[in-house]
Design a protein around this ligand. Structure first.
Ligand code: GCU
Length: 620
């Protein structure tokens, strides 16, 4: 057999081996709880990047993955330099002389040529970190949309799918002793039918490294996970666990200390490195939106101390009431995308996120729906601090590939990671398993499995989803079978925008809701171009949106079990489906605040309603 044929055969055999082995993903360390508290080096800032729509940095010209080719060389992740040999190899890329993007940040909003880009971009960052003996190191990304292949010093760490949950790999023993290291990320935001979300969404497909990146350091045996919350429906008892990781994890003493509450508990880990606890806690000041009390919680094992700020509250439903700390409340909410409309682009960090939540507070909210995917961990901590209850959600959105086992596994992994990241946040009261998913047998099986997974992971919070409904004239029926599995009856309704031509029809809608559970409207609203004025019948005008809200609130207040709402949406946001050349130009204009930060007239209609509801429920 001649050489080329032999090479061809080898190439085919190794490609088959690669496919059988599945994606070259090394098992990820379980997500470190409160990872930012372990940060020793931020990798935020300027990253060189290479645009790679043809995947030239990943496959050779025969579409053989470089990391499975005989030489294992050639991929952009090698960061090869031209050799000094007589006939140096032709290297047709050079990170160090390439342009840069800011991380965290989506690429679409950083360069006009990337606004609509869907595909691969390679990122590279040099960093100095000398590994210390006896320490463990983790490379941590808050989020990369959508599929990421990660390399450290030219060697693959693994692959991650999912654009809104943390990506973490242990790199102990893989950092150069010299301290000189480089990380390469292949980020690919291409949409796929079998992905979560699937190919169709009503938000911008922002690609890239969109949240903080850092190296976390921990001792050989460290506190990898913990949960410290009130027992289910019991404000007098703290329960939870501490999980150690490392050679010395079993039989270790761990101290749980909440000094301000006079709580100090010594725990001992079992053979698996886990210590569970259930301790009386009678003097805790409970967390609530009116009084968002956070306690300094300290966990200490032999070699490290982890600090967190945690609030304690109970949440439950009773018939059609939602009880926070045993008291009925009304969820004065608003839906929010993870986007700063003033960029416009993905929210990059605390400044963007605090601005969004400050607008929500100004609106009179005690609650936010963080749609349609896991938001930044910083957002969850700000909600704790600012006193906003949270509906957190996974992007099981519209027409997911219900029959595909890998799709379900992806959705369940994103749900598990969301719950892991958010389980100590008092603000989170709802885990939502999806939005507007079309009823059917396969969908019901898929969603019911997600609901049961959520309950198994955390039975202290409410489980919900934005259900589907159907209409016959002005009679709306909510009997989506998924509703039987949930704690709330939530649905998106668009009377006055998608449903009826005349706003005066809106108050005539009636709702036949099959479940005796609290009703929390997960969306309603309509588009308005800020500054475009007309009368209440002029669609797209501020006056139309204002009248729509007035009529909606009239209609909704007739629903006996109404206990909350999150109108769609706080601010205008980029959406590729929205291309009306006068009113939209690539933006969904249902925001109560425009993409230039201007409050539209409807903002004040909702703000007035919420002030009245606050007096009714909170007596303030
Ligand atoms: C849907 C969907 C939102 C979308 C909104 C709209 O209900 O849940 O993601 O943006 O309607 O049509 O504006």
């Amino acid at each position: 057999m001649n050489k080329p044929a032999l090479l061809q055969l080898f190439a085919i055999l190794s490609l088959m081996a690669g496919i059988l082995a599945g994606p070259s993903a090394l098992a990820q360390t379980s997500l470190i709880q409160n990872a930012p508290a372990r940060r020793v080096l931020s990798l935020n800032g300027s990253w060189n990047y290479i645009l790679d729509p043809y995947e030239t940095g990943f496959y050779d010209y025969r579409r053989m993955p470089f990391d499975q080719s005989p030489s294992g060389k050639g991929g952009y992740y090698d960061n090869q330099k031209p050799s000094t040999a007589q006939e140096p190899e032709l290297i047709e890329y050079d990170f160090d002389h390439s342009a840069a993007l800011q991380v965290p940040g989506d690429w679409n909003s950083q360069d006009a040529k990337l606004l609509y880009y869907e595909g691969t971009i390679w990122f590279k960052k040099n960093f100095k970190l000398k590994p210390a003996a006896g320490k463990r190191y983790f490379l941590y990304f808050g989020a990369i949309n959508y599929e990421a292949h990660i390399y450290l010093n030219g060697k693959k760490l693994g692959m991650h799918q999912g654009g809104f949950t943390p990506v973490q790999f242990e790199v102990t023993g893989k950092l150069n002793p010299s301290g000189d290291n480089f990380v390469v990320v292949k980020a690919d935001n291409t949409r796929h039918p079998e992905a979560v979300p699937t190919i169709n969404t009503d938000w911008w497909n922002y690609g890239g490294i969109t949240r903080d990146v850092f190296i976390a350091e921990a001792p050989e045996t460290f506190i990898v996970d913990y949960k410290v919350q009130l027992a289910k429906n019991d404000p007098t008892r703290l329960t939870g666990y501490v999980q150690l990781d490392g050679a010395g994890k079993s039989g270790q003493l761990v101290a749980l200390n909440i000094a301000e509450a006079g709580l100090r508990q010594s725990l001992k880990t079992d053979a698996d490195g886990r210590a569970t606890f259930s301790i009386p806690a009678r003097k805790l000041q409970l967390w609530s939106p009116q009084s968002p009390k956070l306690y300094a919680v300290t966990l200490t094992n032999g070699s490290e101390t982890v600090q967190d700020k945690i609030g304690f509250r109970t949440i439950q439903t009773k018939g059609q009431d939602i009880l926070l700390n045993g008291k009925s409340l009304f969820l004065r909410g608003i839906s929010i995308h993870d986007e700063n409309p003033l960029i416009p682009g993905r929210a990059r960090g605390e400044g963007d996120l605090r601005m969004l939540l400050t607008w929500a507070k100004e609106l009179g909210c005690n609650y936010v729906r963080l749609a349609h995917y896991p938001h930044n961990e910083i957002m969850l901590k700000l909600a704790d601090e600012m006193g906003l209850l949270v509906w957190a959600e996974v992007p099981v959105y519209w027409t997911i590939a219900w029959q595909n086992p890998a799709t379900y596994q992806n959705a369940e992994t994103q749900l598990s990671d969301l719950i892991s990241m958010g389980k100590n946040r008092a603000s989170i009261v709802v885990w939502s398993v999806g939005n507007e998913t079309p009823p059917g047998e396969a969908r019901l099986k898929f969603m019911t499995s997600l609901v049961r997974k959520a309950r198994a992971l955390d039975d202290t919070r409410l489980i919900a989803a934005a259900l589907e409904l159907h209409r016959d004239g002005s009679q709306v029926t909510v009997d989506d079978a998924l509703g039987a599995e949930l704690d709330l009856t939530s649905f998106n309704e668009y009377a006055g925008w998608y449903w009826s031509d005349k706003l005066s029809d809106v108050p005539n809608y009636t709702f036949d809701i099959k479940y005796n559970k609290p009703v929390v409207i997960s969306e309603f609203g309509g588009d308005a171009l800020a500054g475009y004025h007309g009368d209440a019948n002029t669609r797209w005008s501020e006056e139309y949106q204002e009248a729509l809200y007035q009529n909606q609130l009239l209609m909704l207040s007739k629903i006996a079990g109404l206990r909350g709402m999150t109108p769609w949406i706080l601010a205008d946001f980029r959406a590729t489906r929205r291309q009306h050349p006068v009113y939209q130009n690539g933006f969904n204009r249902k925001g109560l605040i425009s993409s230039t930060g201007v409050k539209k007239k409807a903002f004040y209609v909702l703000q007035d309603y919420y002030h009245r509801m606050a007096q009714k429920y909170d007596g303030k």
